[in-house]
Each structure stands twice: as C-alpha cells, then as structure tokens.
Design a binder for this molecule. Sequence first.
Ligand SMILES: C[S@@+](CC[C@H](N)C(=O)[O-])C[C@H]1O[C@@H](n2cnc3c(N)ncnc32)[C@H](O)[C@@H]1O
Length: 294
Amino acid sequence: MRQCVGYWIAFAILAVASCAGSLAAADDVPRSGGPYVPTPQAVVDEMLNMARVGPDDFVIDLGSGDGRIVLTAASRYRARGMGVDIDGELVDLSNAEARRQGVDKLVRFQQQDVLQTRISDATVITLYLLPELMHSLRDRIYSQLKPGARVVSHDFSFIEWLPDRTVTLDVTEKYALPGPWQSTVYLWVVPAKVDGRWHATVSGSGNESLMLSFTQKFQQLEGAAVHGGERIALQDGQLEGNRIRFRLRDPAAGGNALREFQGTVNGDTISGKIVSQGGAASWTARRIRTSVQQ
Ligand SMILES: C[S@@+](CC[C@H](N)C(=O)[O-])C[C@H]1O[C@@H](n2cnc3c(N)ncnc32)[C@H](O)[C@@H]1O
C-alpha cells in the first residue's frame, strides 16, 4: 500500500516538473482522497473488464480526475455514467471530452465531495482514492448499493471487506517511476444481506424443516442450522451478489457427509438446490422478522 502512495508522490512531482499529466488539475483544491493521478488506460480496461460493464450499467467514478474511466465505459460499452471530482477544472475538462467523444447523452461530470454523492443508483462504482477516504466510503457502498453491484478499485483496498477477486498487471506507464511497475485491481460484488434467522424447507425426501441462523461479515457467512433439535454448524458459507452457498453435515447420511446448499436471495426469501451424495433436492427459506425489524 505504501509503495502505491510512493507512485502517487513520484507522479505528482514529475507532473509538476514537466507540466504533463495533470494539465487541468488545480493545485489549491482540498482533496481528502489524494491528488490527481490518472489510472493508466490498460488498468482502466481491466477495471471495466473485471466489473463486466455493459450497456445496462450505471457507472460512478468517485474522484473522476480527467473522466477516463466513465468515458471509456460509455464509448466502449455504451454504459451510462457519472464522474464526481472536487476539482472543478477537471470536471469541466471531462464534460468537454464527453461532448467531443459524442457520449454526453450517456455521461455527466459534476463537482462535488465524494462523501456527499448519492451512490445508490450505481451498478458499478470505480475508485482510485487514498485508503482513509476508501474507509469512509466503505459502509455506505456496502449498505446502499443493490446486491450484485460491483466495486472496482485501483491499488487500494477496503479494510476488512475482503475483495472477491484481485488481479495484478504490469503497467508500462510506471516504468519511469520508483515503486512497483505494477497495478493491482480489486473487485467486490455487493452481497445480499441475510444476517438473522430463516425458516427453511427442504423438498425431495419428505418435507424437512430447518431453522437457519446466519451471521454475515460482508460476503462471508457463518452460522448454524437446527435440525430435529441438533445444532449443525455451517461450513464454507459465502455470498456473491444474490447468490448464497454453504455446506451442512447431512444427518440422514451419517458420518461426515455434506450437503451443499446453493440458492438465490430475493429479499426475504431464498430458493435453490441442494447437492449431496444422496442426489439433488430443492430448498426454500423465508426470513423470520423480529418485531423490531418489522
Ligand atoms: C488518483 S485520482 C483518480 C482519477 C480517476 N479516478 C482515475 O482513476 O484516473 C483521484 C481524484 O480524486 C479527486 N478527489 C480527491 N479527494 C476528493 C474528494 N473528497 N471528493 C471528490 N474528489 C476527490 C482528486 O481531485 C483526483 O482527481
């Protein structure tokens, strides 16, 4: 992480010395997320590729610099988008570039602090911001984006919310600068929220009833099932967007045989299939709301 910041400092010094790369960046703007350092185009391409950006997406780049991420999403994938930057000169430059590229109907750029930006409509969020601001944004991104939304960040990760995928690539633009000649791209898929108790029904071999209790830490899932008075711990629990998966020891099969529950979360219900040595079955679950939640 420190090496990444070193690249920023080196870039900023070079940019000031050569007046290149930060053509429009004003030097008197309070940037809590760090200075203007553009993401190399190869890294932009990888970020949009990892987020599987397409024409149905609405991409928000928080701290959008010269607008290249949102502009690439629009010109290459016909995605809609918005870029937000504290620096009005960069915002003007980005809007002018959108007009020049003929994508100004798809995207817009506005001057704003990213902490004030309404993000709930985004299906993709892109970031290249210092860790402290990343951390300030983390809980809003996790709670306000819909399940399945993707978040991609260049070089900086969230605290505790582990990425679902990480890709490191060589970056020729960094050859001239000290520090690693590589960039890392982190991807998170916003998970459905399943924390709490659920009543599950397994169909196939008679209608088996289970009480499930989930404890969720971002996309990681722990918990237990109560089956006929016996408590069985969840294993390998995971969420990716609306998809849920976990394993339970199968009391009917005896020994350590496991059943894998796979399903799709849809608000207060889950439905899916169970894969086990005994063959396939299906399951559904309904969230048990406490009076406080209702
Ligand atoms: C490292 S640059 C990234 C630019 C662009 N996202 C990219 O990857 O090419 C960070 C940008 O965030 C902007 N920024 C920093 N703090 C900010 C804040 N609190 N609100 C809005 N923009 C901010 C800076 O002006 C700068 O343009």
